[in-house]
Design a protein around this ligand. Structure first.
Ligand code: NAD
Length: 701
């Protein structure tokens, strides 16, 4: 049962009840439509109140039904809204907590609306690459006024009910309840008051005009074009709202529907829906049930107050969790604390953080030089130098001092977590928390599951990831985990391209045109080219035959580590981040090319993009097959949230599916014939080859 029916004297109350947010899936729609009919059939009922149980009026359409026949099955959302609008007795929507998307559209189909203060109202469809598809673009401008409605529809941003009450001339809410817990009493009173009023007021009958007409919509279109860049939906929101001012209501509804259906199949919309679903799926771990008991984490210790330790600490301070940072020397602690202060002060200056919040957060931070002071922490995250010897010493100490049951996490980016766990007597409590730099900003958190990591430790850290507002993705243990293991292949391809005739700027431009936030060379300059250098030194010992371009080593030999040394693949002016192509680097690349006897060739942007992106795809297919990642969507999440992969392309796996895996493999076979590339790498990963042979996509995995 996903909607209840109850009589309150001569009033009927219909309560949507489909936890967690009363999504309007088929079962809920059926139950609501039946209840509506029951109320109309009962001659003792004079008016109807529609509300939602628990934490929402309604969060909107059930996204799981998108694109499935269930979404269209009757009563679909449009029919349910019409049933409310055409009811022969007044229907009063009583909104509280959350009224979003289809939920708000349903309320707009009711004759009256009363909202609790603090109710979050939004039409967020644009964030999924869509426009509202159940009358939102036609009814909201009539109820709220064209400008306020368009702002909500184009941005998808939530607004509080009490703010909307102030919009001049608004008819969205007939009343604001005096307090959230008074909503139902006041909704019933309103229903009683209007029970005999006829004709029944309908939003569709309200006038819809903007005083500046065309000029206003032209202005809106220009604004949206500048902001929306690669997404078609925002401009379509403007078209649909304009139609509300120009067309008859029913024609406007058809216009909205047509746009909605066309957008549904754009790659951008598919990518955004994929992202939405993948983010939710990433928090589910196949063999760790959702009800796995979690350990309580009320306090944290962080070992190492360097670049990562400081950023990691900030995440927890922001979430109200006390942190103790431990270092070897007082001056390292002082530097770490000063950096945290500087970051918070910058936020205060920009008005993003209230001064009292800043003080509150700093009050949660303690420092120490002694392990004895951290033993009672519920969890500890190690962020010391990336050397196994140092990690060994630290974990032996942690094993000695930490209370039983404490979670011992390492932020290592490349070292073997299983070996780190073996330095303790409690490998089941050891886990990897791989944050990305700057750790207080970047959304991605790779949660590294060791061979012996206990399920409750994993479940706890995943939940904690959510609490500190990260996108947590589980990775198995391997060199580089999911993200960096793939990026190594991408960087290798970027190097080959320099040898073959490209400049760093040309490669970066091609990738940035594809939509990456930054091309590989600008990214190297930001992260520090010395990091890759250290990894390559290790690789040449492990795999002496591994082919890679030596240009990056030559660059590091010149001390050009990137922005931090004022020079890298590009030149930088003091204090600025603008990457200026460097004549010296281009000369260095050319000389190296000549020394190898290579005649440069012109490489197309298409080839640049394909080689870099498909190298990610092939490595990812190995990662999937080895079980390092549980699903393709997890890999997409890693790339979308940690590596600047263009969101509207949905991540490397979804992009490969869109191109067609057959085409991906064909391209890889072409690259394998290039004598300056690494033919063995371009052998399609077995999983990829299998999917192509079976005519499948990653989405089927
Ligand atoms: P960093 O050099 O900035 O900081 C390391 C800190 O650890 C220093 O302040 C040092 O004094 C302290 N330290 C060293 N040995 C210690 C010990 N025995 N006890 C207590 N403190 C000790 O390094 P970082 O960039 O913050 O990296 C830390 C860890 O995070 C490494 O494992 C690194 O691989 C990983 N990581 C770094 C990045 C990055 O972009 N910098 C990203 C992800 C992960």
């Amino acid at each position: 049962m996903s909607a209840h029916y109850q009589l309150h004297g001569d009033l009927a109350v219909i309560t949507l009840d489909n936890p967690p947010v009363n999504g309007l899936g088929l079962a809920t729609r059926v139950a609501a439509a039946q209840a509506l009919q029951q109320a109309q059939d009962d001659s003792t009922v004079r008016a109807i109140v529609l509300t939602g149980a628990g934490k929402a009026f309604s969060g909107g359409a059930d996204i799981k039904e998108f694109g499935s026949p269930k979404a269209l099955a009757e009563p679909n959302l449009l029919s349910l809204i019409l049933a409310c609008e055409n009811a022969n007795k007044p229907v009063v929507a009583a909104l509280h907590s959350v009224a979003m998307g289809g939920g708000l559209e349903l309320a707009l189909g009711c004759h009256y609306r009363i909202a609790a203060p603090g109710c979050t109202v939004a039409l967020p469809e644009v964030k999924l690459g869509l426009i509202p598809g159940a009358g939102g673009t036609q009814r909201l401008p009539r109820a709220l006024g064209v400008e306020a409605a368009l702002n909500m529809i184009v941005s998808g941003e939530p607004v509080k009910s009490e703010l909307l009450m102030h919009v001049p001339g608004q008819k969205l809410f007939d009343r604001l309840a005096s307090a959230p817990d008074k909503l139902m009493d006041e909704a019933l009173a309103l229903a009683r008051e209007v029970a005999d009023v006829r004709p029944l007021p309908k939003v569709r009958d309200l006038p819809c005009r903007h005083p500046q007409g065309d000029a206003y919509f032209q202005f809106a279109r220009n604004m949206v074009k500048g902001m929306a860049k690669n997404y078609p939906a925002p401009a379509k929101c403007v078209d649909a709202v304009e139609a509300a001012t120009q067309k008859k209501f029913d024609e406007g509804m058809l216009f909205e529907r047509e746009i909605f259906i066309n957008l549904m199949w754009t790659p951008e919309c598919r990518a955004l829906r994929h992202l939405f679903a993948a983010e939710r799926a990433a928090s589910k771990i196949p063999d760790v049930p959702e009800d796995t008991p979690k350990r309580s984490v009320q306090s944290l210790a962080v070992i190492g107050a360097g670049t990562m330790g400081g950023g990691i600490s900030m995440n927890f301070l922001n979430a109200g969790i006390p942190v103790t940072m431990l270092e070897m020397k007082q001056d390292a602690l002082d530097r770490g604390v000063a950096t945290i202060r500087k970051n918070y002060e910058a936020q205060v200056k920009k008005g993003k953080l209230k001064p009292e919040k800043y003080e509150e957060r700093m009050a949660l931070l303690k420092t120490t030089l002694s392990y004895e002071d951290i033993g009672q922490a519920d969890m500890v995250i190690e962020a010391v130098f990336e050397e196994m010897g140092v990690k060994q010493k630290v974990f032996a100490e942690l094993d000695r001092v930490m209370k039983p049951g404490a979670i011992l996490a390492s932020n290592t980016s490349t070292l073997d977590l299983n070996q780190i766990a073996s330095f303790t007597q409690r490998p089941q409590d050891v886990i990897g928390t791989h944050f990305f730099s700057p750790a207080n900003v970047m959304k991605l958190l790779e949660v590294v599951r060791g061979e012996k990591t206990a399920k409750d430790v994993l479940a706890t850290v995943m939940a904690l990831g959510k609490k500190i507002k990260k996108t947590a993705v589980v990775s198995g243990v391997c060199d580089g985990f999911i993200g960096n293991r793939m990026i190594e292949q991408y960087a290798r391809q970027a190097g080959f391209l320099l040898d073959e005739g490209c400049t760093p700027a040309q490669v970066d431009r091609a990738l940035e045109k594809f939509g990456f936030a930054m091309g590989p060379f600008r990214m190297g300059d930001l992260a520090g080219n010395d990091i890759g250098w250290a990894i390559r030194k290790r690789r040449t010992v492990e795999k002496p035959d591994l082919r890679y371009s030596k240009t990056a080593d030559l660059l590091c030999e010149l001390g050009r580590y990137g922005q931090k040394t004022g020079a890298g693949w590009y030149d930088y002016q003091a204090g600025k981040r603008d990457a200026i192509p460097s004549a010296l680097v281009e000369q260095m690349v050319e000389q190296h090319r000549t020394s190898l006897g290579i005649t440069p060739r012109k490489v197309s942007d298409e080839e640049i993009v394909q080689r870099l992106v498909f190298s990610l795809v092939n490595e990812a297919a190995h990662i999937l097959e080895e079980g390092i990642a549980s699903r393709p969507g997890d890999i997409d999440m890693v790339y979308l949230t940690g590596y600047g992969f263009p969101i509207w392309r949905g991540g490397p796996m979804m992009y490969a599916d869109t191109v067609g895996l057959y085409n991906v493999v064909q391209a890889m076979q072409r690259f394998a014939k290039n004598p300056l590339d690494d033919a063995s790498f371009w052998q399609p990963a077995p999983l990829l080859a299998r999917l192509v042979a079976e005519g499948k996509t990653f989405n089927n995995v």
